[in-house]
Design a protein around this ligand. Structure first.
Ligand code: PEP
Length: 256
């Protein structure tokens, strides 16, 4: 279970749109999105492409927070094509994805880069959503625990002190965008490992950190995933592009 004291982390459902939806499509999505985002229900986060950030900030209903999919660790400078945490904040973002597997595996982001991005986000008041997860080869070699703990420990290395104002997504690489979903038992094992490490590092404040599952989440499997121990929400890629499917997933997360 999530915390010895009975305190449980907030439920969060996040949409990662990756490289989909221009500004007009972003406006259309929010006109069609029907989930209730009233207080007391799951917190809803949407990560549009950077060029659609302003459209998302303008069109989102109350209760939906907007984040960027990536930030640079420097505050400013000659880094063509990059976005800093202060620029993201200035454009209306409140959250940042950090260490998504597509950034790690397609763009060569290292654990050290991820650590610097975590520190930059927190330094500028962006809540980071740290993504961790093993490849299929690592899973088959029995290295899930070692990999996710290494990714978590390294990501927190540059923080000035013990901080609990971030989110984690456990996203097995082999389940992202593949239609393969981890079983609730796989998810419980990985989330339990991460929660244990958070307790070692943060004590009771570990119960403030929501741990989301991501990897081919759909309306049909969302409820079963949310029922697994230590699952405090979902990070959704493909299915979040459809306003009705994403709303159904937000509703399913209400079941916890
Ligand atoms: C993701 O992009 O973080 C993700 C989980 O994608 P999908 O839901 O499409 O597997």
């Amino acid at each position: 279970m999530s915390g010895g004291s009975g305190r449980r982390p907030p439920v969060v459902v996040a949409a990662n749109w990756k490289m989909h939806k221009d500004p007009p499509a972003t406006g259309s999505f929010f006109r069609e999105f029907r989930a209730s985002t009233a207080e007391g229900g799951p917190r809803v986060l949407v990560f549009p492409p950077a060029a659609s950030l302003a459209a998302a900030v303008a069109a989102r209903p109350p209760g939906v927070s907007i984040g960027v999919q990536n930030i640079h660790w420097e505050d400013k400078g000659a880094f063509t094509g990059e976005i800093s945490a202060p620029i993201a904040r200035g454009a209306g973002a409140s959250h940042a994805l950090v260490g998504h597997s597509e950034r790690r595996h397609l763009f060569g982001e290292s654990d050290a880069d991820v650590a610097r991005k975590m520190a930059a986000a927190l330094r500028h008041g962006l809540v980071p959503l740290l993504c961790v997860g093993e490849t299929l080869r690592e899973r088959e070699a029995g290295r899930v625990e070692e990999v996710v703990l290494r990714q978590l420990d390294r990501a927190l290395e540059e923080l000035p002190g013990a901080r609990a104002d971030f989110l984690i997504a456990y996203e097995p690489v082999w389940a992202i965008n593949t239609g393969r979903t981890a079983t609730p038992a796989d998810v419980e094992a990985a989330h339990g490992t991460l929660r244990g490490r958070l307790r070692e590092r943060l004590g009771a404040a570990a119960a403030d950190v929501s741990i989301l599952y991501g990897g081919s989440v759909k309306p049909a499997n969302a409820r079963a995933l949310m029922a697994a121990d230590d699952v405090d929400g979902l990070l959704v890629g493909g299915a979040s592009l459809d306003a009705d499917q994403f709303a159904d997933i937000v509703e399913a997360a209400r079941s916890r």
